[in-house]
Ligand binder design. Structure first.
Ligand code: TRP
Ligand code: SF4
Length: 395
């Protein structure tokens, strides 16, 4: 599982509910790599790079404060693993320009960020770099929001093209014969029969059986299994693994104005925002505009406060809000109270942990150093194989 986040400085509750909670669940389930995509930040913010390092550290402090755990996940900074850049370069050799020009975010972002000149080589290559981030770790799952799905799809296409170009071994048939010779002779005969049924008669059952046989036959090495699969299906060996996007049902946290919480709308609550300021923001948060006086009944579905209740409150509180609002039984100040309590309770431990980490930046640096060592070891293995199949001389 691989995922990156561009360093944008202090994170807010939208990041927490939309992305980080999902990371927290994933780190318990599977091997995760989480990294700060500082090079990606430079593709759009190359003119004022002075802050990138600082923003990276602040973002990582927030990750750790919410519970992203260096014991469970590998946490690092993209630019500390230069192998990403090498793979990006090599993938750029085989990525058709048209594929990049067609990625929706390319034109969209240029439109959105009109004040910046994004007609650069680096920005066009943004998804290739993202592809390298994923493929270098054989990432099979990439949890992303909707806006990133096209990038993961492109990553799949690049992997497929790479495998097609470099996964074909001229001596595959001989190698397969050598592999089969070492197995039980009956197994070899069965394999040939199944392959023939698949290739000559399109027998799907035979294909499924042969695949299972390859996956399960004891004692085969991974490259040999890959070779058998390539031979069976008449394709190429999987050198780079095609990832699947893991679309996160992002709990779209509404901001103070009811729109999606986002820094560009100025409607956020930062994870490290002083709690009195948080209370102030909630107190002044707009409610159903039709509810002018305390005695006017309101309609929760027209109220951004209700949107927050749906994230923070249990069924009982939600029923209390709906009933009380529609009957004018409760006032808006009262309605916001459980919300304030829930948000405060959520933020308090995060802020305590963030204070500790900010006071001991050496600890954060050490976590990142250990993470990049781990990531580099993994990335190095992939690069070794990539250089080899691309015909580069190894050192
Ligand atoms: N482009 C992603 C974003 O803006 C960040 C990112 C960079 C990423 N590399 C990645 C996400 C690899 C997942 C996997 O959100
Ligand atoms: Fe919104 Fe609650 Fe006021 Fe109803 S009572 S308008 S839901 S803040």
């Amino acid at each position: 599982m691989v995922s990156g986040m561009r360093p944008s400085g202090a994170l807010h509750l939208g990041h927490y509910h939309g992305v980080l909670k999902n990371w927290l669940a994933l780190q318990q389930e599977t091997d995760c790599l989480f990294f700060a995509a500082d090079w990606h930040a430079l593709t759009t913010h190359y003119e004022n790079p002075g802050q990138t390092g600082e923003l990276t550290l602040e973002m990582v402090i927030d990750w750790l404060a919410v519970g992203i755990d260096p014991e469970q996940a590998t946490i690092f900074v993209q630019s500390h693993v230069p192998e990403h850049a090498e793979l990006h370069l090599l993938l750029s050799m085989i990525t058709p320009l048209g594929w990049l020009e067609r990625v929706p975010t390319y034109k969209d972002q240029q439109e959105k960020l009109k004040e910046r000149d994004l007609a650069t080589y680096g920005f066009l290559g943004y998804p290739v770099l993202q592809g390298a981030d994923i493929l270098i770790y054989h990432g099979s799952r990439v949890p992303v929001g909707e806006d990133q799905v096209a990038h993961v799809e492109l990553t799949r296409e690049i992997a497929r093209r790479f495998n097609h170009l470099f996964g074909r071994e001229p001596d595959l048939a001989e190698r397969v014969s050598a592999i089969l010779k070492n197995l039980d002779p009956q197994a070899g005969a069965d394999y040939h029969r199944l392959r023939q049924c698949h290739q000559e008669q399109g027998d799907a059952e035979a294909l499924a059986t042969a695949r299972r046989w390859i996956d399960e036959y004891p004692g085969l090495s991974t490259p040999d299994r890959d070779r058998l699969r390539a031979h069976l299906e008449g394709g190429a060996r999987q050198i780079l693994t095609e990832p699947a996007a893991l679309l996160t049902r992002s709990a779209r946290l509404p901001g103070m104005d009811g729109q999606k919480m986002s820094k560009s709308y100025g409607n956020t609550i930062a994870l490290r925002e002083p709690l009195d300021q948080v209370a102030q923001k909630l107190r002044t948060m707009p409610t159903d505009p039709a509810r002018v006086r305390r005695t006017d009944p309101g309609e929760p579905t027209r109220c951004p406060v209700w949107a927050l209740h749906q994230v923070y409150s249990d069924a009982e509180t939600q029923a209390w809000v709906q009933e009380g609002c529609r009957s004018a039984g409760i006032g808006c100040v009262e309605c916001k109270k459980p919300l304030m309590e829930a948000v405060t309770a959520e933020l308090e431990p995060i802020q305590a942990r963030a204070r500790e980490l900010s006071a001991d930046r050496g600890q954060v640096e050490a976590i990142l150093a250990a993470g990049s060592d781990k990531a580099r070891a993994l990335a190095g293995e992939t690069m070794h194989e990539v250089r080899r199949v691309m015909g580069l001389r190894s050192r």
